[in-house]
Design a protein around this ligand. Structure first.
Ligand code: SF4
Length: 370
């Protein structure tokens, strides 16, 4: 099975409950109506016109699935594709306390917490934070560049619902180029070996850029298989407005081309991206953006509208849910969204069944059991 049964069952129950009885407070939209003179309005070739679009009923039943928790933005690396270290330069020395993180998780209620950043291992209480979130019944995915696993693994407890998620964008030469430092790949691999020997679940996350060689990713997954890695996520890069070098990022057509063989990967390796999201990446299915499913919390508050675009920070989760002008975002609504196919924007649509087909349940089940 690709994911622990308790995690899958818990998520399925949570989705069913929220689809039946969504929190009425989160469905209110107090934001002003969309400005008809929106300067971002442009013509799109891959989506129908706004008048022709029929929103799925679930699109207005908003609830969070995965909390993207950023306890700090400081990092020991300066990766080429990272927007955080640039966008949050002024607050790079600040960090959330463990209590603030636990409160954010309670306020939001999402069953899964993805701890990211910055480099979370630089937080002095990252072990306590992860352990206490797990004690509260959360699935915890701790995203890391892997440089500090060896030093800090003793701060964590292995658990069925706790994953170390190590960033790897290719084999040694490529990865070290992406993170702009020699030796990072070797240290991350050593960290993975140590974590696996200590009984931890380990997955990897890979971002695909224009220059990414998918055959190399295949070879990397073969190598990771020999280390007993439990799963992989793989997703296209998003062109952050905070990142200057746009050349490395992909258009939608580029993404379809890069991911056209993703089924072969998924049959061979424990890819954790859902089959519906993979169809979206291949260009076989349209999904709307439902980024309310993956809210981001950091030192400035609840980041709106999403993990990648920042138009503001809200003090409370309620404000984030009710004051974000949701229908102003997504492909066809805002040009910054045109080429976005990020997990955080579209996996929630797949999870709650927007644009679902009759065969989806079978597809999801066979993928989970394979
Ligand atoms: S499509 Fe959604 S997730 Fe992507 S940039 Fe736009 S609002 Fe954010």
């Amino acid at each position: 099975m690709r994911l622990p049964l308790s995690m899958v069952a818990g998520m399925a129950g949570y989705i069913a409950k929220n689809k039946l009885r969504p929190n009425p407070e989160w469905q209110k939209t107090v934001a002003p109506p969309k400005d008809p003179a929106n300067p971002f309005k442009i013509v799109y070739t891959h989506v129908s016109s706004a008048a022709d679009r029929k929103p799925h009923p679930m699109i207005n039943k908003r609830f969070p699935l995965v909390l993207m928790l950023e306890p700090l933005h400081a990092c020991n690396l300066t990766c080429t594709g990272c927007g955080r270290i640039r966008e949050y330069e002024n607050t790079i020395t600040q960090m959330l306390t463990v209590e603030q993180c636990l409160k954010a998780s309670e306020d939001c209620g999402a069953p899964t917490v993805s701890i990211c950043g910055g480099e979370p291992f630089l937080h002095p209480k990252i072990g306590e934070m992860s352990n206490r979130l797990i004690e509260r019944g959360r699935n915890v995915i701790l995203c890391t560049n892997g440089m500090f696993i060896k030093k800090k693994i003793g701060d964590f407890k292995a658990h069925e619902c706790f994953f170390l998620n190590v960033h790897l964008d290719g084999l040694e030469k490529t990865h070290d180029l992406c993170v702009e430092r020699d030796g990072v790949f070797k240290t991350a691999i050593e960290g993975i070996q140590i974590a696996k020997q200590a009984g931890f679940k380990v997955m990897t996350n890979t971002t695909v850029y224009k220059e990414t060689d998918m055959d190399e990713i295949w070879r990397m997954f073969e190598m990771l298989e020999t280390l007993g890695v439990d799963g992989h996520t793989i997703a296209p890069a998003y062109g952050y407005s905070a990142v200057n070098d746009r050349e490395i990022f992909l258009t939608r057509d580029d993404i379809h081309e890069k991911f056209r063989d993703i089924d072969r990967f998924s049959k061979r390796f424990p890819i954790i991206d859902s089959p519906i999201y993979m169809e979206f990446l291949k260009g076989d299915r349209e999904l709307p953006c439902t980024t309310w499913g993956s809210p981001t919390y950091n030192v400035l508050g609840w980041k709106g509208p999403c993990y990648v675009i920042t138009d503001g920070h809200y003090k409370t989760f309620e404000e984030y849910m009710t004051q974000t002008q949701w229908d102003a975002y997504g492909p066809g609504n805002d040009p910054r969204c045109e080429h976005c196919m990020m997990h955080t924007g579209f996996e929630p649509s797949a999870a709650v069944g927007i644009n679902s087909k009759f065969t989806d349940s079978f597809k999801n089940l066979s993928w989970l059991l394979s």
